[in-house]
Design a protein around this ligand. Structure first.
Ligand code: NAP
Length: 175
């Protein structure tokens, strides 16, 4: 008899991927067989809230997971554009992703939508929120303050190779 794998969906914007996200992913992998990491707001890029494209975020997640020797046979990384209708978002995810029975998030809207759709919900603990927050890291980047220590080494290299700090400064001027 084959045992059905426990497969969970973990949505995030990952703007940028930071060490808090990596801790959440490690926590999740201790609790489920397979993890679908959804790169949410995939249509967004080149703004202060969402500076990086879905493809750039995919690369960041992949390289950060390679750094910690994650078994990629347990991982899916899928970019998903937002839709306007929150009430059908989980059905929309079901139409795009492998089957999943668990949702992992700390975001209150996401948790609510998962619960209403009947998913098992796992809420990870907070990992040093004062350091590991996408908004804070983007603000440090803008201020010219050190930010590299809050993201995995590979993510810092990717951001530098993309000229990410100049991008952030230039799009803020436009906003
Ligand atoms: P995020 O800020 O990148 O965070 C991803 C997850 O990691 C969240 O659960 C977040 O919890 C957690 N996290 C971040 N830093 C942490 C730390 N230091 N310690 C522990 N946990 C930490 O992304 P998000 O805003 O939750 O992303 C949700 C995505 O789903 C968005 O792209 C959104 O647009 C999408 N969405 C779309 C629809 C729609 O299309 N209608 C509906 C719902 C959601 P916290 O919340 O506590 O930071």
């Amino acid at each position: 008899m084959t045992i059905k794998p426990r497969r969970a969906v973990l949505p995030g914007r990952f703007q940028p991927v930071h060490k808090g996200h990596i801790e959440v992913i490690k926590w999740a992998l201790e609790r489920v067989d397979e993890l679908i990491i959804v790169i949410g707001s995939a249509q967004e890029s080149h703004t202060f809230e969402n500076p990086f494209t879905a493809g750039e975020r995919m690369l960041m997640i992949r390289e950060a997971l390679r750094e910690i020797n994650v078994d990629f046979s347990r991982i899916y990384i899928v970019p998903v554009p937002d839709i306007q209708v929150n009430s059908i978002w989980v059905s929309y995810l079901r139409s795009l992703l492998p089957p999943f029975d668990t949702g992992i998030s700390r975001n209150p809207l996401v948790i609510r939508l998962f619960r209403e759709a009947g998913l098992r919900v796992l809420k990870p603990p907070v990992y040093s929120r004062s350091e590991y927050s996408g908004t804070r890291i983007r603000e440090l980047m803008l201020a010219g303050a050190p930010w590299e220590e809050y993201v995995p080494k590979s993510v810092a290299s990717i951001i530098k190779s993309l000229d990410g700090i100049s991008r952030l400064r230039e799009v803020v001027k436009k906003e």
